[in-house]
Design a protein around this ligand. Structure first.
Ligand code: NOJ
Length: 805
């Protein structure tokens, strides 16, 4: 098989070019585009990994062939509600594994908290909070007996496609920002003894054609191929995986898409070559659910665990493949060792670790033993994360904060609690009432459906406030603090009279000019399984416009699962304030109310660019809209990432497109000034290329600090608040973006208080990927420019620095 793969790679060059009439009948036609890299490196490591691997090797040495196979493949477990299960080996005291989603808390079970989604966490730009959020969430996974948390972190998609259905599960659209937060999230989860699974590896930027489909001629359409060049892969999509693996992420999930025409879960270049060699990843690669498309090939390419079931390709067939020599036993041993090493690394061999799935009932609607996962210490973290995920982008005439309003008018479908929050044991989306509309479309993302029969998905969740997105990243709320409920509580305390209308698009009768303000709540829905139909919707925009036509102090709150355009009404002078509220989890309304009333000062910043027009996002809009329409020609959908690293603000900067609100932007009720930028080299003259040994996360010296920058931040306003100082670097290499984020620090300051913020830039932060050398390369002898400010376009300060040859 090994030799066959190599042959296939060479042979494809000999194939004649196809004409329009010729049918492409199998994937190996494209095979040569993804270089074959074999064999899979045996896991190795030092320090904590070294100890874990040694224990794993001793354990695996006692296993029979069948036992080794058994721990590589998912099994169903009718008594547990885990998303995936690995059987135990009782004779050796291994209880098996429970795997569960996901990035906003434990999914689909009772007595857990609904955290903010990744996009809110990203909008906080608060490193400590990201760690705390993951740590508290990790505690819940642990108490529920979940061994592997399937997020956070989620760093792919990275937001290449503005309409992407899952962008909200990640931290935002910049690889550096995502990487820093991913590393902290890994630490948070694993400090609780839970394995963090970083996903999706790699290039999974869209939901459209993510899985095998049938076209209208009943022809099979393979998953879309993300065709990514080496430099772009490294400098954008792989970047955050470096951080996650350096932080010790013990599992990685390979994705649904093909990468350079080879399925991501059988891509030897990305798994054996990049992940396990270049990044020195010692842990396990598990398939996304149903993302395995071959037995021997996926084994030899570096996949270690199949989910949710081994039945299709592994299980007995994997044992057979070892017995007949198709898969070397050493590969199977390495799979098992990697899986057990992850288990030992985080200390799950301790008798104190709860039994797998102990708190994950198969069906919460039938009697079961309750396992409470929530702890009081989590509450302030949940709340703070909710608060800091809100981004105030417009605030004219001091519309906000509100001050003891006499009358308030509240509008919009998104103000109230969802019509139902009920457990749905089948699709595990708790908020079925809220997301049921999306659940229908979710199905369309999966195999053997005719692509064109999927109706256009809904742009909004019309029956209640949006606090999470749909699919496996959906959270599981014990309660929802809806904006209207929270505002009512406040109104009761302050003797405010409320008017409201959650239904009508033009609520004329309810907008007395005597109201201090009219607050309009709208949302933008997204879910796993489909890409969004648009970045705005007619109903919500008309609602805002109609209210604004009647009240000159109209405040708009948007619960947005991704980018939401506002240009239909943003320049209307009657729209005085706008908040991107993102997906705040269970404390949504309570947190928002504290911001509206100024108890807390908004401090979130956009982790993406809001354009004026959808077309400003250019070619990064989903390019495959008509798969299947022409039968055979679309059976291997190709998605060329020709824009390279130019996504989000890098693209807007390069094309000089004025955004509506730029990446990194967000207002506060106070003002800040930045001054006194100083940059410095840390030590003499660094080498051009790293020379260190490969550890988890690449060559060790990639992480050495090469330069620092300091800046003073002063609160020049009259209330306390937090500011995010942001550092953007201009790397003096042709083809590099004008500027890219390379540092951010959030600080809390009282009025007139100043502090000095320090940024540390490591070797990789200042390097570009050298394709010829296959290494990260520093630029010596030419000036780098450091820009510091409080958004990607408000960069008041700059300094240069040259690394000496
Ligand atoms: C598919 C999703 O892509 C992945 O993120 C999730 O963890 C698995 N399903 C399990 O639910």
């Amino acid at each position: 098989m090994y030799a066959l793969s190599l042959l296939a790679a060479t042979a494809c060059l000999l194939l004649p070019a196809t004409t329009a009439q010729e049918l492409i009948t199998e994937d190996s036609y494209f095979y040569g585009q993804s270089e074959p890299v074999y064999p899979t490196p045996q896991t190795s490591g030092s320090g904590a990994w070294g100890e874990a691997i040694a224990k794993a090797q001793a354990f695996v040495a006692q296993l029979s062939l069948e036992e080794k196979t058994s721990i590589t493949g998912g099994v169903s477990n009718s008594s547990r509600g885990c998303g995936g299960n690995i059987p135990g080996i009782p004779r050796l005291g291994f209880p098996g594994l429970c795997l569960s989603d996901a990035g906003a808390g434990v999914r689909g079970t009772d007595l857990v908290n609904a955290y903010t989604s990744g996009i809110s966490d990203g909008a906080s730009w608060n490193k400590n909070l990201t760690y705390q959020r993951a740590y508290q969430m990790g505690g819940e996974f642990r108490r529920k007996g979940v061994n592997i948390a399937l997020g956070p972190p989620m760093v792919g998609p990275l937001g290449r496609i503005a309409l992407g259905g899952r962008n909200w599960e990640g931290f935002g659209n910049d690889p550096y920002h995502a990487g820093v937060l991913a590393g902290l999230a890994v630490h948070g989860i694993q400090d609780q003894g839970v394995v963090a699974c970083t996903k999706h590896f790699i290039g999974n930027e869209q939901e459209t054609a993510r899985s095998i489909l049938l076209d209208s001629n009943n022809v099979t359409i393979l998953s879309s191929s993300s065709n990514i060049d080496d430099a772009t892969l490294h400098e954008a999509y792989l970047w955050p995986f470096y951080d996650a693996i350096h932080a010790g992420s013990a599992a990685v999930m390979c994705s649904y898409n093909r990468l350079n025409n080879s399925y991501a879960c059988e891509n030897s270049k990305s798994l054996n070559g990049i992940l396990k060699t270049e990044l020195g990843f010692p842990g396990l690669v598990m398939s996304d659910w149903g993302a395995q498309h071959s037995g021997v090939a996926s084994a030899l390419s570096g996949m270690d665990m199949v989910m949710p079931s081994a039945l299709a390709f592994w299980g007995g067939n994997l044992t057979l493949s070892v017995n007949n020599g198709s898969v070397p036993e050493s590969r199977l041993t390495d799979m098992a060792t990697r899986i057990m090493a992850a288990w030992y690394l985080v200390g799950q061999d301790s008798s104190e670790y709860p039994a797998p799935g102990i708190g994950m009932p198969a069906n919460v609607l039938v009697p079961h033993t309750l396992v409470e996962a929530r702890v009081p210490e989590a509450r302030p973290v949940l709340f703070q994360s909710s608060l800091e995920g809100h981004v105030l982008v417009k605030n004219t005439n001091n519309a906000l904060p509100l001050s003891k309003p006499k009358i308030l008018s509240i509008f919009g479908y998104d103000a109230k609690a969802p019509d139902s929050i009920t457990p749905n044991p089948t699709n595990r989306d708790w908020a079925f009432g809220l997301l049921s509309s999306s659940a229908r479309y979710f199905i369309c993302g999966f195999g053997n459906r005719i692509a064109q029969t999927c109706p256009a998905p809904p742009p909004i969740a019309a029956n209640g406030t949006l606090y999470t997105g749909g699919g496996s990243g959906a959270s599981t709320p014990p309660y929802i603090s809806a904006p209207f409920n929270a505002i009512q509580e406040r109104a009761a305390k302050e003797d405010t009279a409320l008017y409201w209308d959650f239904v009508n698009i033009n609520a004329t009768a309810y907008v007395p000019t005597e109201s201090d303000a009219a607050i309009v709540f709208i949302n933008a829905l997204a879910s796993e399984g489909y890409d969004r139909p648009s970045l705005r919707d007619d109903f919500s925009d008309a609602l805002v416009t109609n209210i604004a036509a009647q009240h000159n102090n109209t405040i708009v709150v948007i619960h947005n699962a991704g980018i939401r355009l506002v240009d239909q009404w943003i320049e209307n002078p009657n729209v005085t304030a706008v908040i991107f509220a993102h997906l705040p989890g269970q404390d949504s309304g309570a947190a928002l109310t504290q911001l509206l009333y100024g108890d807390v000062n908004p401090s979130g910043k956009l982790p993406y660019t809001v354009a004026k027009n959808e077309s400003d996002y250019g070619r990064i809009l989903n390019p495959i809209t008509d798969i299947g329409a022409n039968g055979e020609f679309y059976r291997f959908p190709q998605d060329d990432f020709t824009e390279g690293v130019y996504i989000d603000y890098r693209a807007f900067d390069a094309s000089n497109i004025e955004p509506r609100y730029e990446f990194g932007f967000g207002l506060s009720y106070t003002t800040f000034s930045l001054s006194n930028l100083k940059v410095a080299c840390v030590s003499g003259s660094p080498s051009e290329y790293p020379t260190g040994q490969v550890v988890a996360g690449g060559q060790a010296d990639l992480w050495d600090i090469v330069a620092t920058a300091t800046v003073s931040v002063t609160n020049t306003g009259s209330v306390a608040g937090q500011e995010v100082a942001q550092l953007y670097l201009s790397i003096p290499v042709e083809g590099q973006p004008i500027r890219q984020l390379r540092g951010f620090e959030k600080v809390m300051l009282q009025p007139n208080e100043s502090t000095t913020v320090e940024f540390e830039l490591n070797r990789k932060d200042m390097s570009v990927w050298d394709v010829a050398a296959q290494k990260w390369k520093l630029t010596l002898g030419t000036e780098y420019t450091f820009f510091v400010g409080n958004s990607s376009r408000a960069l008041a300060l700059n300094e240069t620095l040259t690394l000496l040859k």
